[in-house]
Design a protein around this ligand. Structure first.
Ligand SMILES: [Zn+2]
Length: 142
């Protein structure tokens, strides 16, 4: 039963990681989160729901677009896997408290930073406030 709970938390984390991927890719480019629907950035083909299953779709498609055979960035499976593991780790460490959601927000900011190299201005203030948190975050799983 505990394994099912951990698997459920990991799956929820991977699903949210998939959503984070949308935010990471689209927000810095000024694109909407909901519209247009999921599509290949290379050939613009609309993706089917089964092309959007976190982690599994990337593995089954072997990291390539079903329609144009273009390479899908490994960032997608990495963010989904890391987010799933992060959620599981945070759940084990904090439960579903405020700290859990605080660290998830920091993770989103970190991923946005990696994608565009520079933080959007509206995140700078937020990112500067908890500067003491990163070392704590890194050792929180030890
Ligand atoms: Zn494509």
């Amino acid at each position: 039963m505990i394994i099912c709970t951990y698997l459920f938390i990991f799956i929820i984390g991977a699903m949210l990681g998939s959503f984070f991927n949308v935010c990471i890719y689209r927000l810095p480019r000024g694109e909407g989160i909901i519209f247009p629907g999921s599509h290949c950035p290379k050939c613009q083909a609309q993706l089917k729901p089964w092309d959007n299953i976190p982690i599994l779709s990337y593995i089954f498609l072997r990291g390539k677009c079903r329609y144009c055979n273009g390479i899908i960035s490994s960032r997608y499976i990495l963010v989904e896997s890391i987010t799933g593991l992060l959620y599981l780790g945070l759940y084990l460490r904090f439960g579903l408290g405020v700290e859990f959601f605080y660290y998830i927000l920091l993770f989103i900011i970190l991923c946005s930073n990696v994608e565009v190299i520079a933080l959007p201005a509206r995140f700078c203030l937020l990112a500067n406030l908890p500067s003491h948190v990163w070392p704590k975050f890194l050792v929180s799983f030890i």
